[in-house]
Design a protein around this ligand. Sequence first.
Ligand SMILES: [Ca+2]
Length: 271
Amino acid sequence: MPPERTKLFVQIAVVILLAAGVIAIAWHLMPDRAEVPVGDTKVIDAAQQTARFPPPRAPVAPPSDESILSSVTNGSVTIRCEHAPGASATTPYKEVPPPSDHDAATNADFTLVDGRVPPGYPNPLPLLQDGLMPPNADERTANFRLAIGSGEGRVKIDLHKPIRIAQINSYSWHTDIRGPQVYSVYGSNVSEPGYNPRPLVGTDPASCGWKKIADVDTRPATGYVGGRYAVSISDSSGSLGTYQYLLFCIQPATKLEGMGHTFYSEIDVVE
Ligand SMILES: [Ca+2]
């Protein structure tokens, strides 16, 4: 083979190898294809679909003001859930009070202790304390949510002083599998030996000075998964405890396609 032709073949081979390398790197970095961390969360079989794209969708409820009420009691703590599958912006609240813009969390400091929020959007944490629900069921810019493909995230609330907490209320709304709420909430106060003010994912808050208040999981066993979820945590004594800090350990509601991080609209802390 003439030297010129050999040189040409080598150049073509180098170009092909470089192109393959670039494609492999780009594929690896694509967020929608990120590997979903394996946790101990349940997976909702929201749909029997097997196609990888678009992501599986749960049935969307027809518009309705009807709500499904449920409650779970563990010891003295009760978690009430009001699920309105076909909610609109004007659907009334029944057992759970509507979001407040003058509760103990209104002027609190919300920080992301661990986890990832979607890139390219403004800081979504203030959306959790503005007292507002989004105008409709699929509003990326009006809800706090963790990034596609990410695992657990942790949000801390500093109430600025210890407060006797009567209720913790949380609100979410999405058309399908990003509606239900799955989180654990802990409370703490001033530092003590071994106290960790910012326990990262993988660290049990209960092992470093935090007291678990409740485990919330509003995923329905059957029926419509989407809709508006209003959750109220309370205690038969009238107080969940006196805390300055709250820590929300938020899990995806489903690991299907890594799309399952809930659209949280508001977190209220009621004295
Ligand atoms: Ca509020």
